[in-house]
Design a protein around this ligand. Structure first.
Ligand SMILES: NC(=O)c1ccc[n+]([C@@H]2O[C@H](COP(=O)([O-])OP(=O)(O)OC[C@H]3O[C@@H](n4cnc5c(N)ncnc54)[C@H](O)[C@@H]3O)[C@@H](O)[C@H]2O)c1
Length: 442
């Protein structure tokens, strides 16, 4: 069993640390935020991620948390980098946290393998290698080992990955990292560092391309009277295509997709190639959020003084992550149109990000007196919208379903006007009631 230091106690770092401990390794996780380390030492998990709390508790004997670099590296054979790589204003990845970790590495007695789990632009490994060599740390091995877990299923994804990708400058360095995953049954893809870095960026770019593609198909479906749910099913059954990531909706978000697609586009541009397809993928995603506002206007006219219930704020169900969540764009657009926004999410707290929004403790509270209920995140409990109590509590029983969570016929039968994404609008719907200016908070 090995001793592993993990830099970064975020979604990836914590899951990586907890899962390696579960596999029997001794793990020390280092972060720079004192409150985060205190919480973890006290046995509290600073984010919502199914299964993580239990995993941390079960492996507490093999897991430590520290603010101190030396303590993290004490006896460590591996140092995993799992710090954030957010976008800069130019769309490139901000590698400052990565470089802080690399720069903090001291000369060590023992041999160390530095493993990059953070998503970084192609060429980062070469630069880190050169930096280490210049600083007399030529003995530190460097390996790229990008992470593919998805929030909401992160523990399962780590323990049962579709593949483990390992890029190294020397075959024995790759073998060392591969050995850490020995007890996980999966395909290990061993390659050079640049290719490993590209596999991660290209995977996310492909996933977002599929979503933007089905969203464009959905938009055409609306014009020609087809139902994108059936269309996606029919497409997905083709074994050459598969059914994943063919769900039409308000568009992709989250901490990774936007920044990784933009980083790949910038990387291509900086290298002299205009990646046209990715430009379209990004633009389609932006427009998709705005189409939802247009749908509200189609039913309600101008949105000034309309009360809109925004249901679901996290970028997807199963997480409290709000980074790049479509809900943030939608809430801001609705506020800009003069609407009152009443928001609900079972776990995500957006009160520090959205000013002027009323946050509600339940979706039933959010829809009280609302002119529309907008499903932004497909939390399963929202199927509970289709009950007479909800319909009667709304000023206008309109549901705009940005995730195609509900069955349009069931919504119609329950007395709602219903608008999904890429699905035929139902005719003969209830008339729209005008806003009562006195009833809406200004
Ligand atoms: N979140 C995902 O679903 C996911 C999936 C695959 C890959 N990734 C990639 O993994 C990386 C980490 O993502 P995340 O979502 O876990 O980020 P995060 O923001 O949740 O966590 C990053 C952590 O690193 C800490 N940190 C910053 N500087 C540090 C330093 N010098 N030393 C130690 N800790 C430091 C931060 O305080 C924070 O706790 C990113 O590159 C991301 O693109 C993320």
């Amino acid at each position: 069993m090995s001793r592993i230091a993990v830099f970064g106690a975020g979604y990836v770092g914590l899951v990586t640390g907890a899962c390696f401990a579960e596999l029997g390794h001794e793990v020390m996780v280092r972060d720079i935020v004192p409150e985060r380390i205190e919480e973890l030492r006290a046995g509290r998990v600073p984010m919502h991620e199914p299964g993580l709390e239990e995993l941390l508790a079960r492996n507490a004997g093999r897991l430590g948390f520290t603010l101190d670099v030396e303590e993290a590296l004490d006896g460590a054979e591996f140092a995993f980098v799992a710090v954030g790589t957010p976008p800069t204003y130019s769309g490139d990845a901000d590698l400052s946290a990565v470089w802080t970790v690399v720069d903090s590495l001291p000369k060590l007695e023992q041999g160390l393998t530095l493993v990059m789990k953070s998503t970084v632009p192609v060429g980062t490994g070469e630069k880190v290698r050169a930096n280490l060599d210049v600083r007399g740390l030529g003995g530190v091995a460097y390996v790229s080992n990008p992470e593919f877990l998805a929030e909401g299923s992160a523990v399962r994804d780590f323990m049962h990955p579709d593949r483990v990708v390992i890029g190294a400058f020397e075959p024995e360095h790759a073998a060392r990292v591969a050995a850490l995953y020995d007890s996980i049954e999966t395909t290990v893809v061993t390659t050079d560092v640049a290719s490993a870095e590209m596999i991660k960026l290209a995977s996310n770019a492909f996933l977002t391309t599929r979503i933007s593609f089905i969203n464009e198909i959905a938009n055409v479906c609306e014009l020609v009277g087809a139902d994108v749910m059936d269309v996606a099913r029919g497409i997905g059954l083709d074994h050459r295509l598969g059914s994943h990531f063919l769900r039409a909706g308000v568009g992709w978000g989250g901490s990774c997709f936007g920044k990784d697609v933009s980083a790949l586009k910038q990387l291509a541009g900086n290298s002299g190639y205009h990646f046209q397809l990715l430009s379209a993928v990004i633009e389609v995603n932006e427009l998709q959020k705005r189409r939802l506002v247009a749908k509200l206007e189609k039913h309600l006219g101008k949105l000034r003084d309309r009360s809109i219930a925004l249901l679901g704020l996290a970028f997807k169900p199963g997480t409290d992550d709000l980074r790049d969540a479509p809900s943030l764009v939608l809430a801001s657009r609705l506020l800009a149109e003069g609407a009152e926004v009443r928001a609900w999410d079972p776990v995500a707290d957006a009160s520090h990000l959205l000013h002027g929004v009323t946050f509600c403790d339940s979706f039933l509270e959010a829809v009280q007196g609302a002119d529309a209920a907008v499903i932004v995140t497909e939390w399963p409990e929202l199927v509970g919208l289709l009950v007479p109590g909800v319909r009667d509590s709304m000023r206008n029983p309109l549901i705009v379903d940005g995730r195609n969570l509900l069955d349009p016929a069931a919504a119609h039968a329950a007395g709602f006007r219903y608008e999904g994404v890429g699905r035929p609008s139902l005719t003969h719907q209830a008339p729209v009631v005008a806003p009562d200016p006195d009833a809406v908070a200004q």
